[in-house]
Design a protein around this ligand. Structure first.
Ligand SMILES: NC(=O)c1ccc[n+]([C@@H]2O[C@H](COP(=O)([O-])OP(=O)(O)OC[C@H]3O[C@@H](n4cnc5c(N)ncnc54)[C@H](OP(=O)(O)O)[C@@H]3O)[C@@H](O)[C@H]2O)c1
Length: 230
């Protein structure tokens, strides 16, 4: 977390179901006194007041920045309760998440009807299904986009293992991590990328993707061709 803040990062995404993650995050932010420097996003499995209360207690905060309904699976899911909590000041923004292609129709229906502030979706250089329906729709309803699993859970690093970053990419990226993240950040509809890491060196590397030029549409097409050629 120190590496994140030093690198200029603010957003931490967690969930009520991520083991002890909320507990650890709450302890560390309270001990370091950095709650105000962070944008904390968490997720609930359902609009359940008990689950919310537990998350806030674990995170040691009176309000989270973003409260997301985790893994939308049905077109009928409502954000009414979440919006009520937003009105009460329990969260600044409400959102939905999914990392399952099968559930995209439900995500699209909920996005259209509920118009959440954010949608979190799996999106990486080798997993671009969100580009078809979800990203245009997010732009239409003016929802911010967080990219879950931006490295395909490490799959992209395995794909380029032992390979040098091509010269044409060094114009905008200093590492493979930055290459993969900047592909996503180069899409104006993407608000933030949320790579997962337990390694402070990787955190610093990832934070570096917030600086310097982003690939333009031609460079982004070249990135896709490159990855598809592997
Ligand atoms: N349904 C949902 O809402 C949902 C589902 C899944 C994920 N998510 C969100 O998406 C976040 C990211 O997903 P994820 O962690 O599963 O996958 P990911 O970010 O695509 O990949 C994480 C993997 O990449 C490695 N890595 C990270 N930075 C690196 C770097 N600079 N260089 C080399 N390796 C690097 C990590 O290893 P090290 O630890 O060694 O760095 C780890 O093995 C989650 O934390 C969560 O917030 C949401």
């Amino acid at each position: 977390m120190q590496a994140l803040i030093r690198g200029g990062g603010r957003l931490i995404d967690t969930a009520s179901t991520y083991g002890d993650a909320e507990i650890v995050l709450g302890k560390v932010t309270a001990a370091a006194g950095v709650r105000d420097k962070l944008f904390i996003a968490t997720k609930l499995e359902s609009p359940d007041a008990q689950e919310l209360k537990r998350s806030l207690a674990r995170l040691k905060t009176a309000r989270v920045d973003l409260l997301q309904l985790h893994n939308v699976t049905s077109k009928q899911q409502s954000l009414e309760r979440f919006r009520e909590w937003k009105r009460q000041g329990v969260c600044r923004y409400v959102g939905i998440t999914s990392t399952s292609r099968r559930d995209y129709p439900a995500v699209e229906a909920v996005l259209k009807r509920e118009k959440p502030d954010f949608v979190q979706i799996d999106y990486s250089l080798d997993n671009r299904g969100a580009e078809k329906g979800i990203l245009p729709l997010a732009a239409e309803v003016r929802a911010g986009v967080l990219t879950a699993v931006p490295y395909g859970n490490g799959r992209l690093f395995r794909l380029v293992h032992g390979k040098e970053l091509p010269d044409w990419a060094r114009v905008f990226a200093n590492s493979w991590g930055q290459f993969f993240l900047k592909y996503l950040l180069g899409d104006p509809r993407v608000t933030a990328v949320i790579p997962g890491t337990g390694d402070p060196g990787h955190m610093t590397d990832n934070a570096g993707a917030m600086r310097g030029p982003l690939p333009d549409p031609d460079q982004r097409r070249r990135m896709i061709e490159f990855i598809e050629s592997l």
